[in-house]
Design a protein around this ligand. Structure first.
Ligand SMILES: [Zn+2]
Length: 272
C-alpha cells in the first residue's frame, strides 16, 4: 500500500487532495477495465479461488486501501450470494479451482479489530492479518499511532482466531534495501511474532506487493529466514515464486467487487 508513504510528511489538506485524486483515477480505471472485461471472450471463464488483499476497514486515512465497514459487509454478502465459500489461504492454494475466497488484511490496523472482526466472527469466516512488527512495537509517527494495532490489539485478533503473519518490521520497499537489512526485516519480524505472541509463522506478505517491490534474491532470503509462502498483492504480474492476491480497494462497490472476483483486474498492478 502507498498510503503510509504519502501520509508521512504531508500536510493534511495536501494528503487528502492526493488521496482523492488517487481514488478518482483508480475508480475510472477499474470501471473501464470492468466494462471491457464483460465484453471480452474470456468473461465467464472458469472460476478460480482467490486470496483477497484488504487493508483497513474504516480508516479513511489509508486512502484507496481503505474499505468502509458497510462496503466490507456488502462484499461478504455478494460473495455468499454468488456461491463463494470462505477458506484459509492454504486451502485456496491447495484447491485453486474451487470457488473459495480467503480474506487477508495488511498493515495491522485498529479498524480491522473494531470493524472487520465482529463481522468475521459472526459469520465464522477465517482471516489472516499481515503485521508490521515495528509498528506494533510503537515505532510509528505519532499521527499514525492511533490507527495501528499494538501487540495488545494484535493479541485480541489472535485470541479471536485470526491468523497472524509477517509483513516486515517497518514496511520498506525491499528492493531499496541492502541484503543485510532485507534479511533483518524478514528474520526480526518473525522473531517478534514468536517472542511477543508465540506465533510461529512461515507466511510473509511483501510490502506494497507489486512486481517492482521484490526479486528472486529476496525470495531466497525469505526462504532462508524460514518463510515457505510469500504473498504478492497482484495476480498475473506478481513476482516469480510468490502467491497471488487480489487487491480490494476503496472504490470497489458492487460491480467492481464482482469484476475483481471474476478476474477483471488480474493483469493490473498498483501504480501509485
Ligand atoms: Zn502493507
Amino acid at each position: 500500500m502507498g498510503a503510509v508513504r504519502r501520509a508521512v510528511g504531508a500536510s493534511r489538506p495536501a494528503r487528502l487532495a492526493r488521496q482523492s485524486a488517487a481514488a478518482g483515477r483508480l475508480s475510472a480505471e477499474r470501471w473501464f477495465i470492468a466494462a471491457r472485461y464483460q465484453t471480452a471472450p474470456e468473461a465467464g471463464a472458469t472460476r478460480r479461488g482467490r486470496i483477497l488483499a484488504y487493508h483497513s476497514v474504516g480508516t479513511p486515512q489509508w486512502g484507496v486501501n481503505d474499505v468502509s465497514p458497510a462496503h466490507f459487509e456488502r462484499h461478504l454478502q455478494i460473495a455468499v450470494d454468488d456461491g463463494w465459500s470462505f477458506a484459509t489461504p492454504a486451502e485456496v492454494i491447495a484447491n485453486p479451482h474451487q470457488a473459495q475466497l480467503a480474506l487477508t488484511f495488511d498493515d495491522g490496523l485498529t479498524s480491522v479489530l473494531a470493524n472487520a472482526l465482529p463481522v468475521l466472527r459472526h459469520h465464522g469466516i477465517p482471516a489472516t492479518a499481515f503485521v508490521v512488527t515495528g509498528w506494533a512495537d510503537g515505532h510509528v509517527p505519532d499521527s499514525l499511532r492511533p490507527l495501528l494495532l499494538d501487540w495488545r490489539g494484535l493479541s485480541l485478533l489472535q485470541s479471536a482466531g485470526i491468523t497472524l503473519a509477517s509483513h516486515s518490521v517497518s514496511h520498506p520497499d525491499f528492493t531499496t534495501l541492502v541484503a543485510g537489512e532485507a534479511r533483518r526485516q524478514l528474520e526480526t519480524s518473525r522473531e517478534r511474532l514468536r517472542a511477543v505472541l508465540g506465533v510461529e509463522t512461515a507466511e510473509f506478505a511483501i510490502p506494497y506487493g507489486q512486481s517492482r517491490n521484490w526479486s528472486s534474491a529476496l525470495s531466497a532470503a525469505a526462504s532462508e529466514a524460514g518463510y515457505t509462502t510469500v504473498y504478492a498483492q497482484c495476480v498475473d504480474r506478481r513476482p516469480a515464486g510468490t502467491v497471488a492476491r487480489t487487491f480490494i480497494s476503496r472504490v470497489d462497490r458492487t460491480p467492481l467487487f464482482r469484476a475483481a472476483l471474476a478476474g477483471a483486474y488480474d493483469g493490473w498492478q498498483e501504480w501509485y
